[in-house]
Design a protein around this ligand. Structure first.
Ligand code: GDP
Length: 312
């Protein structure tokens, strides 16, 4: 039977059945073949959109398949269970990038909100691109402030893009950002996510509407996840849980690891259990005083430490 096994990509998941896209682009209905032991995180659902799997044909007539194996993941995103069962919910796997859309005003996105998102993405090892949208609304002074923020985040290793829909600024680059990648998009409501996506993928909102109409009628609203194919090897992950990205419990001791500028200093403090608060011989505080760590970033670190439950 091994020669009949084929590789496919999970492009839709309801938690009980899946859509599997073959390498030739055919989409089958699939379910798991029995229960198989999984390495990795304990989650209420064993596979999610973005998972690469091996499948066998089950029924040629109805085009159904059995998923027999899950291939190793590059990363994954889990939403913590709200029921405190200890089991999280797997939202997506093998995510190439998270695109965070933010605006300086209308609405204002705070650096604290951005930093929480970045920490979550770091914890799941998902690279982030930060898009500053609605640049047309800013006067010179406000623009300079945004450029200063952008400089800071670029120096930390995050991708930066400035966009404006009315001015057609950065739209081509925004489109290019998605090509050949599996992306997820996040950001406050009203920052322009749907407007930007409408330009990149004009027919997407129709498909999205079909699903949300379907989901409203169904019972699977919380577990229904989809990956929209925008082009060759180009996907956008659409999952109800993505909006809540940032719900993650990080151990206080681990938090500094997810701030790249602190991560590189870890192990150099006098005390190896240093929390970088007011301990003597703390290199993080030293870097802060010398201006090598931005005050806003350190402030976010403190506020996340205090409010360990990183909910928004
Ligand atoms: P979403 O909630 O993030 O999906 O945001 P929407 O795409 O619904 O956009 C919210 C509002 O912002 C809409 O009225 C858009 O027309 C407007 N908008 C989006 N992008 C821009 C932009 O670059 N400049 C300006 N001035 N308005 C924009």
């Amino acid at each position: 039977m091994t020669e009949s096994k084929k590789k496919g990509l999970i492009v839709r998941s309801t938690g009980s059945w899946y859509e599997v896209r073959s390498e030739e682009g055919k989409v089958y209905h699939g379910r798991l073949k029995g229960k198989f032991k999984l390495k990795g995180p304990q989650t209420s659902n064993p596979i999610a959109v973005g998972d690469w799997v091996m499948y066998e044909m089950e029924d040629e007539v109805h085009q159904t398949v059995l998923i027999v194996e899950i291939l190793p993941r590059q990363n994954y995103l889990i939403r913590k269970s709200v029921h405190k069962t200890g089991q999280g919910q797997l939202l997506a796997a093998n995510i190439d990038q998270a695109i965070f859309i933010m605006t300086f005003k209308m609405p204002k996105t705070s650096l604290g909100f951005l930093d929480r998102f970045l920490v979550t993405a770091e914890a799941f090892r998902i690279p982030v691109q930060i898009v500053f949208n609605k640049m047309d609304l800013l006067n010179e002074e406000e623009q300079d402030q945004v450029f200063e923020w952008a400089g800071l985040y670029q120096s930390l290793g995050y991708g930066i893009l400035f966009t404006s829909i009315p001015k057609e600024q950065g739209i081509e680059e925004f489109n290019e950002m998605f090509q050949g990648k599996v992306s997820l998009m996040s950001g406050h409501s009203g920052v322009g996510k749907s407007s930007l996506m409408n330009i990149v993928a004009p027919d997407l909102h129709i498909k999205t509407k079909e699903v949300s109409d379907f989901a409203e009628k169904g019972v699977h609203t919380t577990t229904y996840s989809t990956m929209w194919e925008l082009g060759k090897d180009t996907y956008l992950i659409d999952s109800p849980g993505i909006k809540e990205l940032g719900i993650l419990e990080i151990e206080k001791e681990e938090l500094a690891h997810y701030f790249p500028e602190m991560r590189e200093l870890l192990g150099q403090c006098k005390f190896n259990n240093c929390m970088h608060l007011s301990e003597p011989g703390c290199v993080v505080r030293e870097a802060l005083e010398q201006g090598d760590i931005a005050e806003s970033r350190y402030f976010s670190y403190l506020s996340m430490l205090e409010n360990n439950d990183n909910r928004r």
